[in-house]
Design a protein around this ligand. Structure first.
Ligand SMILES: NC(=O)c1ccc[n+]([C@@H]2O[C@H](COP(=O)([O-])OP(=O)(O)OC[C@H]3O[C@@H](n4cnc5c(N)ncnc54)[C@H](OP(=O)(O)O)[C@@H]3O)[C@@H](O)[C@H]2O)c1
Length: 301
C-alpha cells in the first residue's frame, strides 16, 4: 500500500536530481497499533568535478516515523484544552469528544483539533476512535453523589471499554491525588468513581495504561468567556510548599494533611506529562504529583 497522506514532508540532503527511487509504504502495525511511515530513499550522486558517466554506489535510507493520533475526551475543558494545545504544538493529530464541541475562543490551536460533539455515554465510537493511537480522558467533576459516580466512574469505564474494543493501544486517565484523606471521606462519589475508573484502566491496559493523580491544578480556567487566573494562587503556593518541604514532611503522615501540603501543579505540566505518556511506551502505571512534574520536565528538555 502506498500512502502520502500520513507522511511528513521529507527532504534528503546530499542527493542530486539523480534520486532513483523514493517510496512511502505505510503500514499499520497490528501488534502495537501504531501508525508508521516507512520510507526508503535510494539515491546516487555525482561530484561536480567528476565525469558524467561516474556513478557512486547507491545509498539506502530506511526510517520509521511514528505518527500519533490522540483522542481527548473533554478537549474543551480546563485540563483538556491544555492537553489539546500541547499535543498540537508537538505535531500530534488531535480529536476531541465533548458535548458542546468546539470552544468559541479564537486561539489558533483550536483550528487544528477535530471537534466532535457528543456525549461519552452515547458516542458513535466509529467516528471517534478509528485509527487512534491513544485515548486521554479528562472526564470528571463534582456534583451530587450520583452525578459524581457517573462522570468520574461510569463515563470513564465506558470509555476504557470502547477504547479496548477498538484496539486502541494506550489509555491515559486524569484522576486525582487522594490528599491522604481518611477512608470515610474517600468513600464519596468523587473518589469512588475515580478509583473505579483507575482500576478499569489498569486492568484493561496493564502494560500501557496511565493514571495521573494531580492535586489542585492551576492555570487560566475559562468560564463563560472569562478567564479565572487560578495561577495567582497556585503558583505562589507551589513555590512556598517546595521551599518548606523539609519542614512539612514531618506532618505528611497525618490524616488529610495533604489538603494543605499537596503541591499544586500547573495545568501545562499536566498536559506535558500526558504528551510524555503518549510518546513514551515505557511510561505506564500510576503517577503521583511529583512524578507528573518530572514527566513534564522530560518533555520540556
Ligand atoms: N481542576 C483541578 O484542579 C483538578 C484537580 C485534580 C483532578 N482533576 C481532574 O481532571 C479532570 C479534568 O478536570 P477539569 O477541571 O479540566 O474539568 P472541566 O473543565 O469541567 O472539563 C471536563 C470536560 O469533560 C467534558 N464532558 C463532561 N461530561 C461529558 C460527557 N458526558 N461526554 C463528553 N464530554 C463530557 C466537558 O465538556 P462538555 O461540557 O462540552 O461536555 C469538558 O470538556 C477531571 O477528571 C478532574 O476530576 C482536576
Amino acid at each position: 500500500m502506498t500512502s502520502f497522506a500520513l507522511c511528513p514532508p521529507i527532504s534528503v540532503l546530499g542527493c542530486s536530481s539523480s534520486i532513483s527511487r523514493v517510496s512511502f509504504p505505510t503500514r499499520l502495525n497490528s501488534h502495537f497499533h501504531k501508525s508508521y511511515c516507512k520510507f526508503q530513499v535510494k539515491c546516487s550522486y555525482a561530484e561536480p568535478n567528476l565525469k558524467d558517466d561516474y556513478k557512486s554506489a547507491a545509498i539506502d535510507v530506511v526510517a520509521d516515523i511514528k505518527t500519533e493520533r490522540v483522542v481527548v475526551l473533554g478537549g474543551n475543558g480546563f485540563v483538556g484544552s491544555a492537553i489539546c494545545k500541547a499535543a498540537v504544538s508537538k505535531g500530534i493529530e488531535v480529536i476531541s469528544l465533548n458535548r458542546s464541541g468546539r470552544p468559541t475562543y479564537p486561539d489558533s490551536w483550536v483550528d487544528q483539533v477535530t471537534w466532535i460533539s457528543g456525549d461519552v455515554f452515547y458516542a458513535n465510537w466509529d467516528e471517534v476512535l478509528v485509527g487512534a493511537t491513544a485515548v486521554v480522558s479528562t472526564l470528571g467533576g463534582l456534583g451530587s453523589e450520583e452525578q459524581m459516580l457517573r462522570i468520574n466512574g461510569e463515563a470513564n469505564v465506558a470509555a476504557v471499554n470502547a477504547a479496548k474494543e477498538f484496539g486502541i493501544p494506550k489509555f491515559i486517565l486524569i484522576s486525582v491525588h487522594d490528599y491522604n484523606l481518611p477512608s470515610f471521606l474517600l468513600s464519596s462519589g468523587y473518589f469512588t468513581g475515580k478509583r473505579k475508573a483507575e482500576s478499569e484502566v489498569l486492568s484493561k491496559y496493564p502494560n500501557s495504561g496511565v493514571v495521573l493523580r494531580p492535586g489542585f491544578i492551576y492555570g487560566k480556567r475559562r468560564v463563560d468567556g472569562f478567564e479565572i487566573p487560578l495561577d495567582l494562587v497556585g503558583q505562589p503556593l507551589e513555590r512556598i510548599l517546595r521551599a518548606t518541604e523539609n519542614f512539612t514532611k514531618a506532618f505528611s503522615s497525618l490524616p488529610a494533611s495533604d489538603l494543605l501540603l499537596a503541591p499544586p501543579v500547573n495545568v501545562d505540566d499536566v498536559a506535558l506529562a500526558v504528551i510524555n505518556a503518549v510518546t513514551d511506551d515505557d511510561f505506564f502505571g500510576i503517577f503521583t504529583i511529583e512524578q507528573i512534574k518530572e514527566a513534564a520536565q522530560k518533555v520540556k528538555v
